[in-house]
Write a protein that binds this ligand. Structure first.
Ligand code: PLP
Length: 230
């Protein structure tokens, strides 16, 4: 299938999942995840109306920024503290805030650029050893500790569910994250605005939408299988 055909298909699936859960499809942002994908293909997706691009490597953000049509970039992968300075002025949202040292660095660099950096806190809901993100039970303590960082605004939560052949198996993790999201919303933290719930990838985005995701991150479903050796 073509990139165009894939995007049409995904939009139909978003629509169906929204119908099923009585939600408005306009509430769901589709991020095209472009890791390992070359710029001409990224531009094909942008020509189909994609406005948000997700990358998990700093270097790819730097390269693509110059080569693709203007869109918003999202840092969705593990972010090394010493690389924050390269992307602070290039990304709309960092989805992977998971530790104090990173918050401190983002705050420092955002201050230098006179901006407030929007971030999501990454939660490892399934507590997988192989995944980054904090445990949900640590999130309130974390929110308390980052209060002092005036140039960071917490805009929501992000998770990567475990891979399961049957995506129904991960519904419980999406439900759990939505619950925490709603709970934090009820608390009055001045540095927090619970607006975005970033969950769902190629294998499980329909279920994530049914459980309340308003940002989904799809790579393979748009660009096909990734080739990491090119
Ligand atoms: C690669 C990646 C995705 C997209 O995964 P697909 O299964 O290709 O849709 C989404 N989120 C993150 C954090 C990723 O690293």
């Amino acid at each position: 299938m073509s990139i165009e055909g894939n995007i049409i298909h995904i939009r139909q699936e978003i629509y169906k999942a929204c119908e099923k859960s009585k939600r408005n499809p306009d509430e769901v942002t589709l991020i095209a995840v472009t890791k390992t994908v070359d710029s001409s293909k990224v531009n094909e997706a942008i020509a189909q109306g994609i406005e948000d691009i997700g990358e998990n490597k700093v270097q790819e953000i730097i390269n693509k920024c110059e080569k693709v049509s203007p869109v918003s970039f999202h840092m969705i992968g593990h972010l090394q503290t010493n690389k924050v300075k390269y992307i602070i002025d290039k990304v709309k949202l960092i989805h992977s805030l998971d530790r104090i040292s990173l918050a401190k660095e983002i705050d420092k660099r955002a201050k230098q650029h006179n901006k407030i950096m929007d971030v999501l806190i990454q939660i490892n809901v399934a507590k997988e050893d192989t995944k980054f993100g904090m445990y949900q039970e640590d999130v309130y303590d974390f929110l308390e500790k980052i209060k002092c960082f005036e140039n960071i605004k917490v805009k929501g939560l992000m998770t990567i569910a475990p891979y399961e052949e049957d995506p129904e198996e991960v519904r419980k993790y999406f439900k759990e994250l939505k619950k925490i999201f709603e709970e934090i919303k009820t608390k009055a933290f001045s540095h927090v605005e619970m607006k975005y719930l970033s969950m769902g990838m190629t294998n499980d985005f329909q279920i994530a939408i049914e459980e309340g995701a308003n940002i989904i991150r799809v790579g393979t479903g748009i660009f096909g299988e990734r080739n990491y050796n090119q």
